[in-house]
Design a protein around this ligand. Structure first.
Ligand SMILES: [Zn+2]
Ligand SMILES: [Zn+2]
Length: 598
């Protein structure tokens, strides 16, 4: 099932988008001859270019730039490449300070014109591409002629502030984002996709559905789970805990801080320090807030002698960790500074290892499928040049990972040499309802920590041996996974996850008591139910419930009260009138059991 990975940089769309970025820069320079230009790389689905401009751009400016771009495209200009000497380059770009900085960097540090390191063995060369009157410092590649650029298949999307080289000490530039395709149809499909992405934005839905908030007064990147979000998290955790228990896991709990000894021994203070927060002084000793749970689980392992008979251990913890992320990259629930991992560590004997890998991969797929994800891609990363641990163990581990992938039947790619220095791993990605890929589960071998902490077990031979250690997180972080779930479902969670599963809507005051009677019956059956006894009219109540994306609305009037029934309206618009309460209960319980949408 292995797929060959494709080289995106050679992609035709890449060339097109990068070429459109040049044309955009040319148009911007026409409008603002004094503009200073920075960098303009292609990105997924589009491109951007950063400019230092005399004034902030408006939406009207973007339209004007687009118009000028179409004019340039209509000129059928070729893209002409030329290699230049450092002197020529400095002369050409003498009025462009950002380009001059890039020229120095390319020559001295071996990076490309976007500031990315050059592939090893590449000699730094300076080249320019000219299209029409506009010459840019560029390594290419480009399309041959603006003739190949459909004038109705690109669009400038937005302007955002961006620091030169992403460093807040540098000047703030204006970044114009755009998208470009080979046909108008593709462009329109993409714009539709963007609209859908915006509609499903978890930050927007988080507010609308009162799920969570992030408050600068609390601290950026620190998430507050509101009762509705908290209910979903509680259900997610409960479900996962039960499944873990069935799968032979045991649960541990560990502290949020630990002495510097722990992090020195683990090596985190050497190679992970920039992601850790400053130490806390406790009785003259340095303590650190944990960025990971592993060292604590290791200390549980080390708390006594271990025999081969006891292995494997599968120890799970919903462990909350804190990692420093730069303010600029924080994003809703997706990129945060404090989060809870559904973490576990497996310690096993070499002969148990292949079976453990098989189990953990199958378990991971089972959990992700339960949350409604059906499409997976796996990535196997193998031994890099610089690595610790016995190469024979690396080989065994890589083989076990690959065999487990083969048996699982999901497509996978191999990232040869792409593993961390301490062990090979599998990353599992899911595709969401919009076809976007998200990396969730990681199954990571570790040949480093067992050595550093000198982990042992006594084998059948009476000798001491080193156990295998595997880190694995299935959902990854509860925060990020929740963000992905919100966007995947557009906030319309399947019934088993919906914070409120049914809402009773009495039409008039005289129906309120009957509604509360039904609520109690449904509550008894385990449903999460509310009564809307506000003074709103029925239609307003229904609209509110729909905005809250509550799966079931049960409308109650004289007829229903007389017959002991409800009028069921589902979130998707379908209806069942005069439905006996027990029949509704069966509908709901069936949907919950099947983890269905309705
Ligand atoms: Zn270029
Ligand atoms: Zn770990």
């Amino acid at each position: 099932m292995a797929k060959k990975s494709k080289d995106l940089t050679q992609d035709d769309l890449y060339k097109l988008r990068h070429s459109v970025a040049h044309v955009m820069a040319a148009a911007v320079l026409e409008m603002f001859p004094e503009a200073k230009i920075a960098i303009g790389p292609p990105i997924e689905n589009g491109f951007y270019y950063d400019f230092d401009l005399p004034r902030p751009l408006t939406p009207e400016d973007l339209k004007e730039i687009e118009k000028r771009m179409r004019k340039i495209i209509a000129g059928h200009h070729p893209f002409v490449r030329r290699e230049v000497t450092p002197e020529e380059a400095r002369e050409l770009f003498k009025d462009q300070p950002y380009k001059l900085e890039l020229i120095d960097d390319i020559l001295s540090r071996g990076v490309d014109e976007h500031g990315n390191p050059l592939p090893e063995g590449t000699k730094p060369t300076l080249s320019t591409y000219t299209v029409g009157n506009f010459t840019d410092l560029c390594r290419g590649p480009h399309i041959e002629n603006t003739k190949q650029m459909p004038p109705d298949a690109f669009k400038l999307l937005s302007v955002a502030g961006a620091y030169w080289r992403g460093d807040e000490h540098n000047p703030m530039l204006q970044r114009i984002y755009g998208t470009a395709w080979f046909s108008k149809k593709d462009l329109q499909a993409h714009l539709k996709f963007l609209k859908e992405v915006e509609k499903r934005d978890h930050r927007k839905l988080g507010k609308q559905l009162d799920l969570f908030s992030v408050n600068p007064d609390v601290g950026p990147g620190l998430v507050l789970w509101h009762p509705n979000g908290g209910m979903i998290r509680m259900i997610m955790e409960q479900f996962c805990r039960e499944e873990h228990q069935k799968a032979g896991y045991q649960f541990v709990y560990t502290p949020h801080i630990g002495r510097s000894w722990l992090w020195e021994t683990s090596g985190h203070l050497d190679f992970y320090r920039e992601n850790m927060y400053s130490p806390i002084d406790v009785d003259g000793q340095e303590y650190f807030i944990k960025p990971m749970n592993c060292p604590f689980h290791i200390m549980i392992y080390k708390s006594r002698r271990r025999s081969y008979r006891e292995l494997p251990f599968r120890w799970a913890e919903w462990g909350t960790v804190y990692r420093y992320e730069r303010g600029g990259v924080l994003h809703g629930l997706m990129r945060v500074r404090g989060f809870t991992q559904d973490d576990a560590h497996i310690f096993c004997r070499p002969d148990q290892m292949p079976e453990e890998i098989d189990k953990v991969l199958a378990f991971s797929l089972h959990i992700l499928r339960s949350f409604g994800f059906q499409e997976f891609n796996a990535y196997l990363s193998t031994m890099p040049e610089k690595a610790v641990g016995d190469p024979a163990r690396w080989k065994d581990a890589e083989e076990a990972l690959q065999e487990a992938l083969e048996r699982s039947g999901i497509p996978y790619e191999i990232d040869e040499g792409g593993g961390a220095f301490y062990g090979p791993k599998i990353d599992l990605k899911i595709s969401d309802a919009l076809g976007r890929e998200w990396q969730l589960s990681t199954i990571q071998f570790d040949f480093n920590l067992p050595d550093r902490f000198d982990l042992k077990y006594v084998g059948a031979d009476g000798q001491e041996h080193r156990p295998y250690m595997i880190h694995r997180a299935l959902l990854g972080s509860m925060e990020r996974f929740f963000g992905i779930l919100i966007e995947h479902y557009g906030g319309a969670f399947p019934v088993w996850l919906a914070p409120v599963q049914a809402i009773l809507i009495p039409i008039a005051d005289r129906h309120v008591d009957y509604a509360y009677g039904i609520r109690d019956k449904l509550l008894d059956a385990g449903l999460r139910v509310e009564v809307d006894d506000s003074a709103d009219r029925m239609n307003a109540k229904i609209r509110n419930a729909q905005l809250q994306k509550i799966p079931y609305m049960l409308v109650i009037g004289d007829k229903e009260m007389g017959n002991g029934t409800v009028a069921l309206r589902m979130r998707d618009g379908s209806r069942k009138d005069d439905l006996p309460v027990d029949d509704f209960l069966n509908v709901a319980l069936e949907a919950i059991r099947g983890k269905r949408s309705l």
